[in-house]
Design a protein around this ligand. Structure first.
Ligand code: GCU
Length: 349
């Protein structure tokens, strides 16, 4: 199958053959996605993290729960947001799963906290609304520190949530127990799109798990299936997730000079798991699988194992967790559930 645009063709027409060329191509792809989809990734600022509260009772006493405040320094003003950290009481380095989620409360239906801790993983929990609101108002939360310039490439909300995740990591990565080789980012749905865009830009994440991220996440549009979300629809209903330039593709989606295998390719050479749900036609599971096939050459160019799974659409509760880009389709609906987490943890190891 041919995937367009050609991942392994540099802007000047040169074919990508080496890891060094792939790294250059990765920079071109990030620039392309900034310009036409997500907007410029907001710049880092100095960050301070403070533990403001601590409890030893989390998970029946198997973990400490730390309430952390992340203060981002914008000169005269700071932007402060909370992160909740579950830290298992085990010795030595621990893998850290960073989750950006929809609920202020980590003890919600999407997060099996005890099971995560029982498996030896630390969990850093961010509520996306603490970074900025999920609407077209750019005067609230972190968004107000990134004034709109009218350039067409000002970050949308996905870019601002992603920036918040990276600022939390500025602090979290300084904690001496973090196993930086197993620093992972997880997000579901619009926050799966956010996780992909964040990790594409932030090389500290060694693992990324996108769950049901769909249109403008992991779904390749060149293989769109009936019932799936389209660029026209997402640009109309959620314009503020993206930069203004993205609006050009609302009427003419076929003219967009990028597709989602290029976003996945920006995660290479690190490890990526694309998780879908069989009954989630809106996120187009089959096209999520194809995006993995289409992105695989990026890993191969880096000398890594690419996608080792099937090219034929998987059935329910099937997939392939081997390879550096992996895909899994679980049974059930659009949801971030226990079985998704078991997959993430198996993938990260
Ligand atoms: C809507 C939207 C999707 C998004 C989802 C979510 O369904 O169309 O693109 O992924 O919300 O975030 O739950």
């Amino acid at each position: 199958m041919r995937f367009e645009p050609d991942l392994l063709r540099m802007n000047d027409g040169t074919a990508v053959k080496t890891a060094a060329q792939m790294e250059q191509r990765r920079q071109e792809l990030l620039a392309l996605l900034e310009e036409h989809a997500y907007g410029a990734f907001p710049a880092a600022v100095p960050v301070r993290g403070t533990i403001v509260n601590e409890s030893a009772r989390a998970c029946s006493g198997d973990a400490r729960l730390c309430d952390i405040e992340i203060a981002c320094d914008f000169g005269k003003e700071s932007f402060v947001f909370p992160v909740k950290l579950f830290l298992p009481n085990t010795n030595g380095k621990k893998p850290l799963l960073v989750l950006i989620n929809f609920s202020k409360d980590p003890y919600c239906e999407y997060v099996p906290v005890e099971e995560i801790v029982d498996n030896g993983f630390a969990l850093a929990y961010l509520y996306y609304g603490d970074i900025t609101v999920d609407d077209g108002d750019f005067s609230k939360g972190a968004a107000r520190f990134f004034p709109r310039t009218g350039s067409g490439r000002d970050p949308g909300k996905i870019g601002i949530w992603a920036w918040g995740v990276s600022r939390a990591v500025d602090y979290l990565e300084t904690l001496e127990w973090v196993d930086e080789k197993r620093l992972a980012l997880i997000g579901h749905s619009r926050l799966g799109k956010t996780a992909l865009w964040c990790a594409a830009n932030d090389m500290r994440f060694q693992y990324v798990c996108s769950n049901d991220s769909g249109c403008m996440g992991a779904a390749y549009r060149g293989t769109w299936h009936a019932g799936g979300e389209t660029v026209s629809s997402i640009a109309r209903v959620f314009p503020y997730w993206f930069c203004e330039n993205f609006q050009k593709y609302k009427e003419a989606p076929g003219t967009a000079p990028f597709d989602q295998h290029l976003l996945l390719a920006c995660i290479a050479p690190r490890k990526l798991l694309v998780n879908s749900a069989a009954l989630d036609a809106w996120a187009d599971p089959v096209s999520e699988q194809y995006a993995c096939v289409g992105a695989s050459p990026a890993w191969e160019a880096y000398g890594k194992r690419g996608y080792l799974g099937s090219e034929k659409p998987y059935g329910t509760d099937e997939g392939c967790l081997q390879g550096d880009i992996a895909y899994y389709k679980r049974r059930g609906v659009h949801f971030l559930g226990r079985r998704d987490w078991l997959n993430f943890m198996a993938f990260i190891g």
